[in-house]
Design a protein around this ligand. Structure first.
Ligand code: ARG
Ligand code: GLU
Length: 690
């Protein structure tokens, strides 16, 4: 009787529970295990529609764009959408003072105007397979880890070699998932003639800039449009005038019906890296040591850059991209640090580890957590020094440049191209100030044991970092463009005697000899322990569904459109509109200065409700940029481009209340393409569901 009551109460609870956010990045090949849950959330397609090797499925319309973003095919003629920030490099390469496509946007008005991008590829996943047995063939448990590694490598090489076919653009790779408890084969078809078709002006595609990055409310038109070309047989080919638009097996139909809170959403893309199954020590290191120390160092660098950028328009342009790069992770880490603290993830994991250890007593997993604790204790000081080094000494531009020039000379490569790129965007006062701030921080924060002898001795002889700076920047040949341009291979010795090179090299040698080998050994031991710990967690919690950590392979994340409450008494609605752009519009603030054309269109009236971006609960990560966001019927409703910063700890721990991905509403892409780009000729080849 009592039991029935409880069941009844649970059913009632379930019925009234609002839909919660949805942790998980699932393997498409195994989606049949999730499809019932997806359907319960509103999805109306089948597992075969999502992933199939027998027929065209949605996966055939998704690509890995370049080597770190996702894209989606949207027409029978190879038209492709991704983010503006994913196509940024290509748009920039085609830009010049006469044609500033970054600033003004670019729109091909017919196929012949589409611009080739040497080096850019898109990779279609042909199929994936579990190959654990084949990869471990010949392995016996009595073997050492080194022997296991060689078995794995030899078997994987055979599999990859058999399938790879450069002539047909076929690339294969064997990936270890679940910390090498399972191995999966991924076979890709790589197309390498991918042309730029359209991009909005940055004042739309990057609207809000770093001010709004990782934040809601968001109004960024973060899209760019490309087209895949193939040879006459629809096969991958280098760029050629004879190539023709690629005919996909499948492309996305576009929905203009719009989204509202609660709607089912499905993000199909390539998240780069997560670590959901690590022990408390790793989370503590990230949240309490690594993030705070890196944030503090980057705050100093960003402040120095901003000070000079606000004084001089030319410097602002020189440093805008560098500044954005520094700021992107800086902001993400702040959310990660806060999220880990808010969720008390360290304590929760410690509690889990206690229960786990009780269960593990007497099994082969006994002592495993303790072993991991021990390895982390050894790794922490070295890893901290390594991260400090990369965030300080390695960020001084002159030192890095000195090293690049030396390797060019050593390799017999010309230095002029290198030098042009460097000096175009170099402002010495910023670098000098960063030199002082970073070296002083290093001196203050590192134990003497982690200070290279060269560093200690030089600093002692100069008496201060400032005196060191004065001497280095006045004597280094690298501050003098003409001297660098005149360098010949024979000058290598002089280059190596330069104070900038000497400092760079002393730290680098110290890193190579004292730091890197220790980290490599400990990381290897930690990885091995995680192989057991991963398997053990699965045995400990047999009813839990474990998705593999992200590794840039194709994943399915599903959820629903949802707002959130970032803090007390605030609720963020999930859809932003053009009205919000107008509210932010300000010609005096670079990040919020929209094109006049957009102001004019708005002034005509009737566009207040034009949707721009929306929030949803999909579990995404870096690499999911450009991913198609699709509705319950599999139609394209948006393009993923960001997460909210309060939820960025989802790379380690997912919080249904705070984790939200940010997508461009596909209707804003259509609006901008037509009204700003006048490129609605592209709509003729697209198929609209409604
Ligand atoms: N935060 C997004 C990502 O991690 C967008 C970055 C590009 N935008 C920018 N304002 N920096 O890639
Ligand atoms: N903007 C990120 C990217 O380029 C996606 C944001 C995230 O980390 O979720 O992949």
């Amino acid at each position: 009787m009592k039991k029935y009551l409880i069941c009844g109460a649970l059913t009632l609870l379930a019925a009234f529970q609002p839909l919660r956010a949805d942790e998980g990045m699932w393997l498409p090949m195994l989606i049949s295990q999730r499809i019932e849950d997806m359907q319960a959330h509103g999805f109306r397609l089948t597992a075969e529609d999502v992933y199939s090797v027998n027929q065209a499925s949605l996966k055939d319309a998704v690509v890995l764009f370049g080597s770190g973003c996702t894209g989606e095919v949207v027409s029978r003629e190879g038209l492709l959408f991704t983010n503006h920030h994913c196509g940024y490099g290509q748009i920039q390469q085609h830009s010049s003072v006469e044609h500033d496509y970054l600033k003004d946007g670019f729109w091909a008005m017919n196929r012949s105007e589409e611009l080739p991008n040497p080096g850019l590829t898109v990779s279609f996943l042909e199929r994936m397979d579990e190959v654990t047995d084949a990869v471990l063939k010949g392995y016996v448990p009595t073997m050492s880890e080194a022997q296991r590694d060689s078995v794995v490598k030899a078997n994987s090489d055979v599999i990859v070699r058999q399938l790879t076919d450069p002539d047909k653009g076929v690339r294969a790779s064997v990936e270890a998932l679940y910390y090498a408890n399972q191995y999966f084969l991924f076979v890709y078809k790589v197309y390498r003639d991918v042309r730029l078709v359209g991009a909005p002006p940055s004042s739309i595609g990057k609207f809000g800039g770093d001010t709004d990055n990782w934040m809601w409310p968001r109004h960024t038109g973060d899209f760019s449009i490309f087209r895949i070309y193939a040879d006459k047989n629809n096969e991958p080919s280098d760029y050629s005038e004879d190539n023709i638009p690629y005919t996909p097996k499948r492309f996305f139909t576009v929905s203009r019906a719009g989204v509202k809170e609660g709607d089912f959403t499905f993000v199909y893309g390539c998240p780069g890296s997560t670590k959901e199954y690590v022990i408390s020590d790793e989370v503590r290191y990230v949240g309490e040591i690594s993030d705070p120390q890196k944030i503090a160092l980057r705050t100093q660098r960003l402040d120095i850059q901003k000070k000079y950028m606000s004084q001089d328009q030319a410097v602002r342009i020189q440093y805008s991209s560098k500044n954005a790069g520094v700021s992107n992770a800086w902001k993400k880490w702040q959310g990660e640090e806060k999220g880990i603290a808010r969720l008390k993830t360290v304590a929760a994991k410690q509690d889990f580890e206690r229960r786990f250890s009780v269960w593990a007593a007497g099994t082969r997993y006994e002592g495993l957590v303790e072993r991991l604790h021990e390895l982390y204790a050894q790794r922490e000081p070295v890893y901290r020094a390594y991260e400090y080094y990369t965030e300080t000494v390695r960020t001084v531009e002159l030192l890095q440049f000195a090293s690049n020039v030396a390797s060019a000379l050593q390799g017999g490569r010309p230095v002029d191209a290198l030098a042009e790129i460097f000096y175009k965007d170099y402002f010495q006062p910023i670098d000098e100030e960063i030199f002082v701030a970073m070296l002083e921080a290093y001196d203050r924060q590192m134990n003497p044991g982690y200070k290279p002898a060269f560093f200690r001795e030089k600093l002692a002889s100069y008496g201060s970092v400032e005196a060191w700076r004065d001497d280095l920047f006045s004597k280094s040949l690298f501050t003098d463009r003409a001297r660098v341009l005149a360098l010949k291979e024979a000058d290598l010795e002089a280059v190596k005697a330069d104070p900038a090179y000497a400092l760079y090299d002393a730290f680098y040698q110290w890193y190579r000899e004292d730091i890197q080998p220790v980290i490599t050994r400990l990381d290897r031991d930690i990885r091995l322990a995680y192989r057991d710990y991963m398997r053990a967690q699965m045995e400990f919690e047999p009813d839990k569904d474990f998705y593999p950590d992200a590794n840039l392979t194709l994943r399915v994340a599903y959820g629903h459109v949802a707002g959130y409450s970032p803090s007390d008494a605030i609720y963020y609605a999930p859809v932003s509109t053009l009205m919000g752009i107008m509210e932010k519009d300000n010609p005096d603030i670079f990040d919020y200065d929209i094109p006049q054309a957009l102001r004019d269109i708005y002034a005509e009236g009737g566009h207040d409700g034009q949707p721009v971006c929306f929030l949803a609960t999909n579990h995404t990560s870096g690499g999911n940029s450009g991913s198609p966001v699709i509705n319950a019927d599999g139609n394209l409703i948006g393009i993923n481009f960001d997460r909210v910063w309060e939820g960025t700890m989802s790379d380690l721990v997912f919080d249904p209340d705070y984790c939200r991905n940010i997508s461009l509403d596909i209707r804003y892409l259509l609006f901008v393409t037509k009204e700003i780009g006048h490129a609605d000729w592209l709509f003729d080849e697209m198929v609209f569901a409604d």
